[in-house]
Ligand binder design. Structure first.
Ligand code: C5P
Length: 293
């Protein structure tokens, strides 16, 4: 057994995409009622927890701009978990950030859910599942998806209700990550949705091809440059936006074609980060090892 103060647990935190996204309307609580097929993708941040230390560090290609203070979702998750009665020794966090913020990929939410999982792993007193789910939703509408760690999920409510599940078929996508970030509240506001009438469609089966994203027009209105760029990207395949943007994705028939498309996009658009990745059928587990120096 390693010494208590050198024990580190690591967990990969995947990004998500919205395979489709319907906004049914504005609710009295100010949130919007959604229906969306969510899927995790094999594009990851990595969160490390060191027992017996204290602090928060962030490194990696997307570390710039990540708040290191209490407004960070990892630290908020820890505070909520302890306030709800979770008990663990003091911990230090080290986050390797690859998923851009303001991309509609749920990176911060994935980090928060991973923090809750890691705290449960090292806890002297764990929280029960229902309390953990409550905390997840308080942290953000996408956090419950990442806490749940399932396959394809048709989600409703703010995004916290699982209405149907599907085993994900082997599917490769190309993620297009422009150097643009969009604010989720601003995109919802720009949508100017009508009040929700309480009606909702029944859960469909997992659609082979991605469906429309109702937030796309609002995102393009806020960022006309993004709309223009998307027109160019669409020459490379069937283009879709994830969540409230700015990330987009193209669905490819297989790995080789995804990698070819990614290479062509990278040649054509130097300022675009491009990743060929599969949808994630099986989530990574926490692993124990030596702490990052
Ligand atoms: O829950 P989260 O913190 O991710 O939401 C950020 C903002 O996005 C909310 O404050 C709200 O303005 C908007 N939102 C919404 N309806 C949702 C999810 C988010 O209006 N279902």
């Amino acid at each position: 057994m390693p010494e208590i103060d050198s024990v580190a647990w690591r967990l990969l935190c995947p990004a998500k995409i919205n395979w489709d996204l319907k906004v049914l309307g504005r609710r009295p609580d100010g949130f919007h009622e959604l229906r969306s097929w969510f899927a995790a993708v094999a594009f990851f941040d990595r969160l490390e927890l060191q027992v017996g230390a204290k602090g928060f560090r962030c490194q990696g290609p997307q570390a710039e701009g990540v708040p290191l203070s209490e407004s960070n979702l990892v630290l908020q998750a820890e505070r909520s978990w302890r306030q709800a009665g979770g008990e663990a020794p003091s911990v230090a966090w080290c986050l390797r950030k690859n998923i851009p913020a303001g991309a509609g990929l749920g990176g911060g939410s994935s980090n928060a859910a991973a923090a809750l999982h890691l705290l449960q792993e090292v806890a002297q007193r764990r929280l029960a599942e229902p309390r953990l789910s409550e905390i997840a939703l308080q942290l953000g509408s996408d956090v419950p998806f990442f806490l749940n760690r399932g396959g394809g999920q048709w989600r409703g409510g703010r995004g916290e209700v699982v209405l149907a599940e599907a085993a994900l078929p082997e599917t490769w996508i190309v993620l297009l990550l422009p150097p643009v970030s969009l604010s989720t509240p601003k995109v919802f506001q720009a949508l100017q949705a009508d009040p929700w009438d309480g009606l909702a469609p029944p859960p469909p089966p997992w659609p082979r091809n991605p469906g429309p994203n109702d937030l796309q027009r609002a995102a393009y209105r806020l960022q006309p440059d993004l709309a223009a760029a998307a027109e160019d990207w669409a020459r490379f395949g069937d283009l879709h936006m994830s969540g409230s943007g700015a990330a987009h994705f193209l669905v490819c028939p297989d790995q080789a074609s995804a990698q070819r498309t990614a290479a062509s996009l990278q040649t054509a658009f130097a300022d675009l980060q491009v990743e060929a990745v599969p949808l994630l059928p099986k989530w990574p587990q926490p692993i124990q090892g030596a702490a990052t120096p």
